[in-house]
Design a protein around this ligand. Structure first.
Ligand code: NAG
Ligand code: NAG
Ligand code: NAG
Ligand code: NAG
Ligand code: NAG
Ligand code: NAG
Length: 604
């Protein structure tokens, strides 16, 4: 998807003299966009001050990733002797560390351009720095402009391409944010089952938060609550064991200024976990970056944290907010980026990789169209998730709520310059090192949902653990009427998702501004799965075993018999018929949903 580097020459007399013997240096295009991405427009007459500081992250080439990936394969394969032998923080850092040449070259280069606030990551695989626009334009042989996200009116400073000196290009994987026009969307909160009762609920959604009378709802009839989750997924009365919870921990990722309120969390506990009343158990909050406003819309953060605790109490839950602001230097002209738009993922991953004891399971209900995330940056983020997997963390993402892309065909256009019609896979759902969760609706039986996010990555090849399952699906007879157009709209060799499904078309109840509210979508599916994975971790810990870690090799292998296959329904998008469900893996329901009791016996 990324154009091959083009050779261009530029003469930087004087400036480069301090770092390079030659006064002329060749630069190579690192990334360039064919057009301004749809939905964005450059503000032609806006003034971008040359002295304005840009907060840039430089991702450095790492040579140890293939070794890390091969360790990850063994560690997460239940039949391998090294299953569960998760790596330590120092082991992962050692595998992530670039060569000393790389570190020196990049450090000198930043120094030569008077970068300030230079901050290296723990394993030195990336460095952030504040660099004035005027210097950054020379360093990257580019021109920065101010772009507006037309729908939201948000302004960002970006470039349409950037280059690196030839002697640095093999040492730097990406510079971010440069050509990245993306902003994570939260998933869900809008998809409910059809039917009259639900329609009434959906109308409430328009006036949220509304006071709902809990006693008017019936578990697993018109409300998805913890007792219902226990029934749907065959959990029975199994609860976490206080003796081992110290080694188990759920992390919930929050972005975009979205807040989770500990007092709302407490109200949820009071209703559903009576044994928590009077205990000191509470929602932990970690502000990885800040500050941010706490008066912004908080539905997502509250939903995600409350559903994460559903069946997992008293396993601790921590809300990690990554707002990615400092060192943000506001510009006098007020033309700067708004807080939180730069860096949704790497600050988060880096923070967790720096912990001696990261959470054992992490759930995230956000994503972007894959093609809007520059490939090099996506790759670095995805490798970060692989590192978390090697540390023993189960990384869970929602698949999105727009089926194979979005409703209308004209929006399904590749941004590679040829304007090809394409489905729009979602990232990080498309990363092979995360477990991606789609949504179902209804109770007995659970049904598939055509809007459940699904796709085939253009960035990531199909990984080893799902190759047989996905090839089998694509070679099979589920889609006899697939048109040539549809067949051309996805990467037949790409990482396919979802991996599994869980109820999302609820509605779920949660507290929002301390009142009952309703929510749903894959935003609800992902934390619900995290809650159950935490219980599986508890089960393994009780038997003296390590936590589950990266789940997919288990789910596609030894754990498969613990999943309930869904064989009916379809997923669609971009005005195409889409894909039908069938026996085994399919893009509608992945491998199916959890049968917790069976998974318990398979997980030992
Ligand atoms: C860096 O700072 C020094 C000293 O203030 C100045 O002479 C030099 O021109 C600056 N270099 C760049 C690339 O801005
Ligand atoms: C929920 O279902 C119950 C049982 O069918 C019904 O009595 C009740 O009216 C429903 N509540 C709502 C809000 O639709
Ligand atoms: C909730 O509904 C129940 C049963 O319909 C009723 O007794 C109760 O007063 C209601 N509570 C509120 C706060 O409206
Ligand atoms: C996190 O940030 C919020 C908002 O700025 C603040 O209210 C809260 O006290 C912070 N929490 C911690 C643990 O630093
Ligand atoms: C693709 O679409 C853009 C925006 O509509 C247009 O500017 C460009 O010329 C198109 N490219 C091709 C190859 O058709
Ligand atoms: C999916 O199956 C239905 C029959 O159940 C069929 O009508 C439809 O065309 C199939 N979809 C594709 C893409 O073949």
């Amino acid at each position: 998807m990324v154009p091959a580097p083009l050779r261009v020459w530029c003469v930087l007399a004087g400036l480069m003299a301090s770092t390079s013997a030659s006064s002329a240096t060749s630069t190579l295009v690192k990334h360039s966009l064919a057009n301004i991405p749809s939905g964005w427009a450059e503000l032609q007459d806006a003034h971008l001050s040359p002295s304005r500081g840009l907060n840039l992250r430089f991702g450095l080439s790492q040579h140890g990733f293939s070794e890390l990936e091969s360790l990850l394969r063994d560690i997460s394969d239940p039949v391998h002797p090294n299953y569960g032998k998760h790596l330590s923080k120092d082991q992962v850092h050692a595998l992530s560390k670039p060569s000393s040449t790389t570190i020196k070259l990049v450090g000198d280069w930043l120094g030569a351009y008077n970068a300030t606030s230079v901050k290296w990551s723990a394993s030195q695989d990336s460095v952030t720095a504040v660099i004035p626009v005027s210097s950054a334009e020379i360093m990257l042989s580019t021109r920065f402009g101010i772009f507006e996200h037309v729908k939201s009116g948000k302004h960002v400073v970006r470039a349409l391409s950037y280059s690196l000196p030839e002697d640095l290009i093999s040492h730097i994987d990406f510079v971010h944010p440069t050509t990245a026009f993306f902003d994570p969307l939260r998933h869900g909160l809008g998809h409910f089952a059809s039917g009259e009762d639900i329609a009434t609920l959906s109308s409430h959604l328009q006036k949220r938060p509304v006071a709902l009378n809990q006693s008017e709802f019936v578990s697993c009839v018109n409300i998805t609550d913890p007792p219902c989750i226990r029934r749907l997924y065959n959990i029975g009365s199994y609860t976490a064991d206080a003796a081992v919870v110290g080694n188990n921990h759920i992390g919930v990722a929050g972005y975009l200024n979205i807040w989770a309120k500990p007092d709302s969390f407490k109200l949820y506990l009071d209703d559903y976990i009576p044994e928590s009343i009077g205990s000191s158990y509470t929602l932990n909050i970690v502000n990885i970056t800040g500050p941010f406003a706490t008066n912004t819309v908080s539905d997502e953060g509250n939903l995600d944290t409350q559903l994460a605790v559903q069946v997992a109490y008293p396993i601790p839950v921590t809300y990690y907010t990554t707002n990615a602001v400092p060192p943000y230097i506001p510009d006098q002209n007020q033309d700067g980026e708004q807080p939180g738009v730069n860096e949704p993922y790497l600050d988060f991953v880096e923070y967790l990789l720096g912990l001696d004891n990261p959470p054992t399971v992490i759930t995230t209900s956000y994503g972007d169209d894959e093609q809007t995330v520059p490939k090099d940056y996506a790759n670095a983020v995805c490798q970060g998730f692989a590192k978390l997997g090697a540390r023993g963390v189960s990384v869970i993402f929602s698949s999105g709520d727009q089926g194979l892309g979005t409703g209308n065909l004209p929006s399904c256009i590749a941004n590679t310059g040829n304007n090809a019609t394409t489905f729009l896979p979602n990232f990080p759902a498309s990363c092979p090192y995360v477990t991606t969760v789609g949504e179902t609706q209804g109770f007995f039986p659970q049904e598939t949902l055509s809007a459940s996010g699904a796709g085939f990555s253009y960035y990531f090849e199909r990984p080893w653990y799902q190759d047989a399952a996905v090839s089998h699906y694509l070679a099979g007879s589920a889609n006899p009427n697939e048109t040539p157009l549809q067949s051309s709209m996805y990467n037949h060799r790409g990482r396919a998702y979802p991996d599994i499904v869980c109820i999302g078309g609820g509605p779920f109840f949660d507290y929002y501004y301390n009142r009952w509210d309703i929510g749903g979508g894959t935003s609800a599916s992902a934390p619900t799965v995290a809650s159950m994975v935490a219980l599986l971790n508890n089960w393994r810990l009780q038997h003296g075993k390590p936590t589950m870690g990266f789940l997919n090799p288990f789910l596609y292998g030894a754990g498969l018999k613990g999943l309930v296959d869904m064989t009916e329904g379809y997923v669609n998008g971009c005005e195409q018929e889409g894909f039908n469900a069938t026996e085994g893996w399919d893009p509608v329901s992945g491998l199916g949903y959890f049968d917790f009791k069976k998974l318990q016996s398979l997980a030992l």
